[in-house]
Design a protein. Structure first.
Length: 276
């Protein structure tokens, strides 16, 4: 069982956010904005999936996992709320969230199906966010020149994503989820997640008027495809998900715990909501 603490982030997101808030880099700003646009609806889906999976467990397993599920729900609910505030600020720049309606339509297709499918979708997405979190926590210099509150926002979110990456995965297997379906959903989510991220990032850049600048493309190539880029650095840990013996805990580092330990002034601990 993983102990998951629910934290209240002590930053002010009622104040405006600069157009190119990520160190003046148009690509990184548009990309982070795209990810944030997916979080409120995505994290609500993850909460619902984990809650329903928890309810389906036998009583003995519920007692064992109750605290962890409560922490997962609390952390994801906090992420949903914080990113909704952030999204409200960036939408003032003329950006339009085109990702959310597509995601809502796909989620409706899972309604009424075996709840293990929703858990497999959640586990796959959590693996993606954990890979992104590890990459970002290892490169806080990406935010050099950014507002401290926004650097805190993204590193705090990353630290908690790395912290709770096992919950949906463990619930899926506790309910008898198969390795075959776990692989199938990871393949599907890979295509969906990467294509949706690309589409929303391009849309953000187009509305920002920076899509066809050389600096934009140079930044995208460097941070996504370069030697130290996200996609190149994440390929091997992404591929590991397809092994029959894979578990998210196999890819744990100290980066999350280090950030949470070193930045206690950025958050406060709060009570945890009920899992059901």
């Amino acid at each position: 069982m993983t102990e998951l603490v629910v934290r209240r982030l002590l930053i002010d997101l009622e104040q405006p956010v600069q157009r190119h808030w990520c160190a003046g880099d148009a690509f990184l700003t548009a990309w982070f904005n795209a990810l944030s646009m997916s979080f409120p609806i995505g994290e609500q889906f993850f909460i619902d999936s984990v809650r329903e999976g928890f309810k389906a467990l036998p009583a003995g397993q519920q007692a064992e996992l109750k605290t962890e599920v409560q922490g997962f729900v609390g952390q994801e609910a906090t992420h949903r709320r914080i990113h909704a505030l952030f999204n409200a600020q960036i939408e003032k720049h003329g950006l339009v969230n085109e990702w959310e309606p597509r995601a809502r339509e796909r989620m409706q297709l899972l309604a009424g199906t075996d709840l293990r499918h929703s858990l497999a979708v959640t586990a796959a997405n959590e693996h993606f966010t954990a890979l992104f979190a590890e990459w970002l926590l290892a490169r806080p210099q990406l935010f050099d020149g950014s507002e401290p509150r926004l650097k805190t926002l993204w590193l705090w979110h990353s630290a908690e994503e790395a912290e709770h990456k096992c919950t949906a995965f463990d619930l899926y297997h506790a309910l008898g989820g198969s390795h075959a379906w776990r692989k199938t959903w990871m393949r599907r989510i890979t295509l969906i997640f990467l294509s949706d991220t690309l589409r929303q990032t391009v849309s953000n850049l187009r509305r920002d008027g920076t899509l066809w600048r050389w600096s934009t493309w140079r930044s995208g190539a460097r941070h996504m495809l370069g030697r130290d880029g996200l996609l190149r650095q994440s390929f091997r840990p992404w591929r590991a998900y397809f092994r029959p013996d894979f578990h998210p805990s196999q890819q744990t580092s100290e980066l999350s715990a280090d950030w949470l330990r070193d930045n206690t002034s950025s958050y406060s601990r709060v009570g945890q909501p009920e899992a059901a």
